[in-house]
Design a protein around this ligand. Structure first.
Ligand code: HEM
Length: 420
């Protein structure tokens, strides 16, 4: 399932909050406070006692609506702010009505660890109604973000072997490095930028295009909003709105929201398919001319590796590429934005990182995977920034096949848990 993303407005609100908000608690905080429970059944508190909004907010369907306009200042895709307020008010575990059911939101790394490590037979997630309705109606095959159980595993395994493992991704460093050098050069030429997030989105689109299609889209030079960035932004705004709607009317009718989402997805799909087909033609041409082996030695090619996998069909390849293309752009742009702001707020840490980069790189200009492996402080900065502010609207979403005890509360099986 798609972890939900921050739209530009959401991320800007969050950047503002960062200067004032209290930070997320650390692993040690929880361990010291003995919060991780579950060992002693006498201490287990019932599900009904999990902190969260009370009264009207608990009415099925309608309860969700009270969190948004006209009852509060938040519009429906402002879920992020509603959830940040909830964490400030109720703590590291919160129970809130979302539509018909309760969802448990978890804001603590130790609780997230407990959920991730909980054994499961099938990889199951909450069905995302808008995406599912779209895939069912349009016949467009489901992607990694929307598949469940065995069907998800069948698509995930080949993708993981070829792209989604850190050791494999490292092979793509030279491709991304070229994009990054050009991005830095563009920023240098511009001198200053009005909207860094937009620039970062263009940079990450260009990078993800290199991963997915081995092709540059020419977005770095763009001074205006680019098509993909606009589409991805719209995609996640509509997606977030659909989650917080009390009544999912789009499941019954082709509502305005549904039609807009359908168009956005199909536009992204069209661009993806066009690129995949261009890449296949290029590979066929190289093969005919006897240059393919040399080309593949020079740079990895994700589409080529998928085409040569007997488990993959054309349809599956499209689905995998679509998953990466949609998921990789705003996630990385937001991550970089938060890392930069955290470094700006902590100049002594920024300096330490700068020293590490200088020492590792010496006089070399070309960044390699070996350099990256040496830069442990860089990794620590990214991880710490992600711990302080998770860069997406919501994190992983799970429901478990067995009851679990989390933060001392009993959570019955099949209740959705969102790791924030
Ligand atoms: C720092 C940046 C990123 C963050 C914080 C992030 C975060 C996440 C999270 C929380 C999930 C849900 C995981 C789960 O349900 O267990 C996810 C899924 C996914 N992400 Fe990312 N992601 C990032 C970058 C990327 C990039 C660069 C790509 C692709 C090039 C990508 C592709 C995907 C895909 C395909 C999924 C669905 C996986 C599946 O369900 O099998 N992500 N991401």
């Amino acid at each position: 399932m798609w972890s939900l993303r921050l739209c530009n407005r959401g991320i800007r609100d969050l950047l503002l909050r960062m200067t004032t908000a209290s930070h997320r608690s650390s692993t040690t905080d929880a361990a010291q406070m003995g919060e991780i429970s579950g060992q002693d059944s006498t201490e287990i508190k019932p599900f009904s006692q999990i902190p969260g909004p009370k009264g009207l907010y608990n009415i099925p369907f309608l309860g969700t609506a009270f969190h948004f306009k006209p009852f509060t200042k938040y519009v429906p895709d402002d879920l992020l702010n509603v959830l940040s307020d909830a964490r400030d008010k109720y703590g590291d575990i919160v129970k809130m009505r979302m539509g018909k059911d309760y969802i448990v939101y978890v804001y603590h790394p130790d609780y997230a660890k407990t959920v991730f490590q909980f054994p499961y037979k099938e990889h199951l997630r909450i069905g995302l109604d808008l995406s599912e309705t779209f895939h069912d109606r349009s016949g467009v095959p489901r992607d990694l973000g929307t598949l469940q159980g065995d069907a998800w595993a069948a698509l995930r395994k080949p993708s993981q072997e070829k792209m989604l493992r850190p050791a494999v991704v490292a092979n793509y460093v030279p491709l991304i490095e070229r994009v990054t050098n050009d991005f830095v050069e563009e920023l240098r030429k511009k001198g200053s930028v009005d909207d860094l997030l937009k620039e970062l989105m263009n940079y990450t689109t260009e990078s993800v295009a290199m991963l997915c299609f081995n092709r540059r889209l020419g977005y770095l030079e763009s001074n205006s909003d680019t098509e993909i960035v606009n589409l991805i932004t719209k995609f996640f705004i509509d997606f977030q709105t659909s989650i917080t709607m009390p009544f999912k009317t789009y499941k019954l009718f082709r509502t305005k929201l549904y039609k807009r989402f359908e168009k956005t997805y199909l536009d992204i799909y069209r661009i993806g398919k066009k690129e995949i087909s261009a890449q296949r033609k290029m590979l066929e041409k190289l093969q005919k001319e006897g240059d393919l082996d040399q080309y593949l030695q020079d740079e990895p090619n994700f589409i080529y590796s998928l085409l040569n996998d007997t488990r993959m069909t054309d349809e599956k390849i499209n689905s995998v590429i679509m998953s990466l293309f949609i998921a990789g752009i705003d996630s990385t742009a937001n991550t970089i934005a938060f890392v930069l702001i955290n470094l700006a707020l902590n100049p002594e840490k920024q300096d330490r990182l700068y020293q590490e980069i200088k020492e590792t790189m010496g006089d070399e200009n070309t960044l390699t995977k070996e350099h990256l492996a040496e830069m442990s402080y860089l990794k620590a900065c990214v991880k710490e920034s992600q711990r302080l502010v998770f860069p997406l609207m919501l994190g992983a979403i799970r429901y478990l096949e067995e009851d679990i005890v989390l933060a001392g509360y009993h959570i019955p099986k099949n209740v959705s848990i969102i790791l924030y």
